[in-house]
Design a protein around this ligand. Structure first.
Ligand SMILES: NC(=O)c1ccc[n+]([C@@H]2O[C@H](COP(=O)([O-])OP(=O)(O)OC[C@H]3O[C@@H](n4cnc5c(N)ncnc54)[C@H](O)[C@@H]3O)[C@@H](O)[C@H]2O)c1
Length: 310
């Protein structure tokens, strides 16, 4: 592995990425490496692709001391070959979490996620990191893990929605957003929270989308929206490049609704009782990425129609 204490590509940043061994991180990290960034992964598990140019430091993020320490470590063993001692990174991207309910008891999900997000944001701010990106969730919109058949207040779901979930996981994500807002104000840094939609890996289109399309009501909990894991990489890179926005929330979804037909026809036929608050694009995802497109310049690459035979 090459020395990655100093970025080699112009504009390349030194990034500490948490939870990079998981479903999303294993695609986001390769995207970031391809843009010329250097990445250190903090996770409890090894990175699934041993050939990737990313070192994993085993670190329990619920332990504040470990987090502070890990944010001032070498990015890999070759860091010892330089004269310079390790410095804090340019950017911290925090994806590690219990990524849904029912992995552990609810109180552990809440405590683990809230503690790790607090620890990562606090350590990064106190060590002088100026850009932090955290994973929030579609579940904050209150339907994904609601008991029974809950309804959205209105469409499209956008960042100014009055999020009101009833489950512990989504609550932990809202606490993460509030923690981000608090520290962004106190330290005058950028902290962008990505409300990530249902993450789709390349192999999942062919396997899962035919079922989604034939039974659209089963996708209500995801608001008929998704995020391709590679496009999530693009979003992280754009968030790294856009500075000076302070605390921000961005929906992180692909452009289009996951049904056959237009958004207007689908919502009018299936959910006529739910208010529409603005004119929506012909195929716009109900969990809308308009802010991501307009503020960060996101361009959809992996639309589902490329991969699913109709
Ligand atoms: N997968 C989705 O559809 C989805 C949707 C919305 C939001 N999110 C959020 O996006 C992020 C990434 O999701 P994912 O699907 O890749 O999750 P994942 O469960 O596949 O990966 C999470 C990673 O975090 C690590 N981790 C957990 N606790 C840790 C701790 N205490 N210390 C260090 N590492 C720890 C795990 O080992 C794992 O590798 C999460 O924050 C999740 O809540 C995911």
């Amino acid at each position: 592995m090459e020395d990655n204490t100093i970025p080699t590509a112009p504009g390349g940043k030194r990034i500490v990425f948490t939870g990079g061994s998981g479903k999303a991180g294993r695609h986001v990290i390769p995207y970031l490496l391809a843009q010329g960034h250097k990445v250190l992964n903090l996770d409890l598990m090894p990175f699934p692709d041993p050939s990737a140019d990313v070192y994993t430091l085993k670190c329990d993020l619920t332990q504040s001391g470990q987090v502070f320490n890990a944010l001032t470590s070498h990015f890999n063993m070759s860091g010892y070959l330089n004269d310079g001692l390790p410095q804090p990174p340019d950017v911290v991207i925090h994806f590690a979490a219990y990524a849904r309910n029912m992995l552990v008891p609810d109180n552990e999900c809440f405590q683990g996620n809230v503690a790790s997000t607090y620890n990562v944001i606090e350590a990064a701010c106190k060590l002088g990191v100026r850009k932090i990106i955290i994973a929030s969730s579609e579940t904050t919109y209150g339907v994904c893990f609601a008991q029974g058949d809950a309804n959205y207040h209105s469409f499209p779901l956008e960042e100014d929605y009055d999020v009101d979930p009833e489950d512990s996981y989504a609550l932990s994500k809202i606490c993460g957003e509030r923690t981000a807002r608090t520290f962004a104000r106190r330290y005058d840094v950028d902290i962008y929270a990505l409300r990530i939609g249902n993450v789709i890996e390349p192999h999942e289109y062919e396997r899962d989308f035919p079922g989604y399309l034939s039974a659209p009501r089963t996708r209500k909990r995801n608001a008929w929206s998704y995020i391709d894991a590679r496009d999530l990489g693009q979003m992280c890179d754009l968030a790294i490049k856009k500075s000076g926005l302070g605390f921000q929330v961005f929906n992180a979804t692909n452009d289009t609704i996951t049904v056959h037909g237009t958004t207007k026809d689908f919502l009018a036929k299936e959910y006529p009782e739910i208010k529409i608050t603005r004119e929506m694009g012909e195929y716009e995802a109900p969990l809308s990425n308009r802010k991501m497109r307009e503020v960060l310049g996101y361009k959809d690459v992996h639309g589902w129609r490329k991969y699913v035979k109709s």
